[in-house]
Design a protein around this ligand. Structure first.
Ligand code: AMP
Ligand code: GLY
Length: 430
C-alpha cells in the first residue's frame, strides 16, 4: 500500500505494555505518521503525546478523536470494545481497528463463544451452561476431575477455576452462582472438560472473511517459576513458539483459524480487529480454549517486532477490507518479553515505588512500560501490577533471553519481581 493512502494520525487506546508496543510499531512505520495515545503511561508519554482520557470513557474517546482530527483509532483493551467504542467511532465516521460490540462479545461472553464453537464443530472442550446451583452440581457429579468452571462474563482474567477435586469444583459453582463472586459476570457459568497439553496464543488480524496470521508466541500465565501459583495477565512471552511447527500451524489454520473466521462471519458479525485464539495442544490435536477480541498482553510485545511488514499498513488494510492475500513477512529473529511486576501481584501490591531504568540499552533491547506513572515530585514510579515489559530481539532465543534478563537486573525498583524462567521450556527442548 502506498503511504499516501495511510491515515495521517493514529490514536492508540489503552495504557499497558501492549499499547506501548503498538505505539512503537506504529512509530516505526516508514510513513512516519502522527501517533498519540489515551490514556497511555509514563513510558508511552516519552514517545508520543498522551491524552488523559480513560480507556473505558467511550464518549470521551470519540470526542478526543474528533477534536484531534484523528484519522485512525487502534484499540488495545477489551473493555472499551465491549462497551461499543468501535460502534461509536464508526458512527462518527472515524475508522477503527478493533471489533464492534457484537464481535467483542466473543471475549465478553464465554457462553456465546462456546455456542459458536460447538455449532460450527471447531475443536474445543465439551461444556454445559448453568444459571442455577443445583443443576450445575448434578452435572459436576457425572463428570471426571479435573474440571473447569468459568464465569461467563469479563472478570479481568480471573473468572476461570481449574478444579482438581469435586469439592473444589462445587465450591467454585456456589461462589459464582450463589456467592456473587465476579458479580454479574458470574451469574451464568460454563462447566467444561479440562484440556491437557501445552498452551499457545495465536493472534490473527481479521477483516471480515479475510485474515492474516501473526507470528506464533507463548505466554507464561502463572506468577511463579515452573508455572506455579495463581494465574496472572501474563508474566512473559517469546516468539516464535517452536512447538507450533509449520505443519502444526497449517493444521491449526485449517481446523481452527479458517473455520473460526468463517463461523464468526456466518453469525452475521463483520469482525475487524485482532482475534486472539487461545489454543491447547492436546494429544488429540489443537483445541480452542478461548477467543479474545484484541491483541494479547504481553504477546504483542514479542509478536509485533517480528513483523517485517509495516504494521500501520497492515492494520489499516484490515480496517479498509483490503488485507493482501499473501502471508506476512516475518523476521527470523527470536523475541522475548520478561514482565517486571510489583511484588504481591496478582494479589495486593503497592503503587508509587520509585523506578530507575537503564538508559544505555544494547541494540535489540527495549523497555516497554505498563504500570508506570510520574509522581508529584516528577519521579518515575510503579503504578500497576505489571510494571514493565523488558523485550529483546536477537538471532536466537538464548541471546534474546540473556539480553532481556541482563536489562531486568539493571532495572532499579525495591518491589520488582519477575520470573526467571521465561522461555525455559523452549530453551531446554533445543
Ligand atoms: P481463559 O480466561 O478462558 O483464557 O482461561 C484462563 C486459563 O485457564 C487458560 O489460559 C488456561 O490455562 C486455563 N483453562 C481455561 N479453559 C481450560 C480448559 N478447558 N482446560 C484446561 N485449562 C483451561
Ligand atoms: N496474555 C494473555 C492475554 O492477553 O489475555
Amino acid at each position: 500500500m502506498s503511504p499516501s493512502h495511510l491515515p495521517r494520525s493514529v490514536l492508540v487506546v489503552g495504557s499497558g505494555g501492549r499499547e506501548h508496543a503498538l505505539v512503537r510499531a506504529l512509530l516505526a512505520s516508514p510513513a512516519r505518521r502522527r501517533v498519540c495515545c489515551a490514556p497511555g503511561n509514563a513510558g508511552i508519554a516519552r514517545d508520543v503525546p498522551c491524552f488523559p482520557v480513560a480507556a473505558d470513557d467511550v464518549a470521551g474517546l470519540v470526542e478526543l478523536a474528533r477534536r484531534e482530527a484523528i484519522e485512525f483509532v487502534v484499540v488495545g483493551p477489551e473493555v472499551p470494545l465491549a462497551l461499543g467504542l468501535a460502534d461509536r467511532l464508526i458512527a462518527a465516521g472515524i475508522p477503527v481497528y478493533g471489533p464492534k460490540a457484537d464481535g467483542a462479545r466473543l471475549e465478553a461472553s464465554k457462553i456465546f463463544t462456546k455456542q459458536i464453537l460447538l455449532k460450527h464443530r471447531i475443536p474445543t472442550a465439551p461444556a454445559a451452561f448453568f444459571d442455577a446451583v443445583e443443576p450445575a452440581l448434578a452435572y459436576l457429579r457425572g463428570r471426571s476431575m479435573p474440571i473447569v468452571v468459568k464465569a461467563d462474563g469479563l472478570a479481568a482474567g480471573k473468572g476461570v477455576i481449574v478444579a482438581q477435586t469435586l469439592a473444589e469444583a462445587e465450591a467454585a459453582v456456589r461462589d459464582m452462582l450463589a456467592g456473587g463472586r465476579f458479580g454479574a459476570a458470574g451469574r451464568q457459568i460454563l462447566i467444561e472438560d479440562c484440556l491437557v497439553g501445552e498452551e499457545t496464543s495465536l493472534l490473527v488480524v481479521v477483516s471480515g472473511r479475510q485474515y492474516a496470521i501473526l507470528p506464533t508466541s507463548q505466554d507464561h500465565k502463572r506468577i511463579g517459576d515452573g508455572d506455579t501459583g495463581p494465574n496472572t495477565g501474563g508474566m512473559g512471552t517469546y516468539s516464535p513458539a517452536e512447538v507450533v511447527t509449520p505443519e502444526l500451524l497449517a493444521r491449526i489454520d485449517a481446523e481452527i483459524v479458517g473455520p473460526s473466521v468463517r463461523a464468526i462471519a456466518s453469525e452475521g458479525i463483520n469482525y475487524c480487529g485482532t482475534l486472539f485464539i487461545g489454543i491447547m495442544l492436546t494429544a488429540e490435536g489443537p483445541q480452542v480454549i478461548e477467543y479474545n477480541a484484541r491483541f494479547g498482553d504481553p504477546e504483542t510485545q514479542v509478536v509485533l517486532p517480528r513483523i517485517a511488514d509495516d504494521v500501520l499498513a497492515l492494520l489499516w488494510a484490515a480496517t479498509r477490507g483490503e488485507l493482501p492475500g499473501t502471508p506476512l513477512r516475518i523476521r527470523p529473529e527470536h523475541a522475548m518479553c520478561v514482565v517486571i511486576a510489583a511484588r504481591g501481584y496478582p494479589e495486593a501490591f503497592a503503587k508509587g515505588d520509585p523506578l530507575t531504568l537503564p538508559t544505555d540499552l544494547p541494540a535489540g533491547v527495549s523497555i516497554l512500560h505498563a504500570g508506570t506513572a510520574v509522581d508529584a515530585a516528577g519521579r518515575l514510579v510503579t503504578n500497576g501490577g505489571r510494571v514493565l515489559g523488558v523485550t529483546a530481539l536477537a538471532p536466537t532465543l538464548r541471546e534474546a533471553a540473556d539480553l532481556a534478563y541482563a536489562a531486568c537486573e539493571r532495572v532499579q525498583c525495591a518491589s520488582k519481581y519477575y520470573r526467571r524462567d521465561i522461555g525455559a521450556r523452549q530453551l531446554q527442548r533445543r
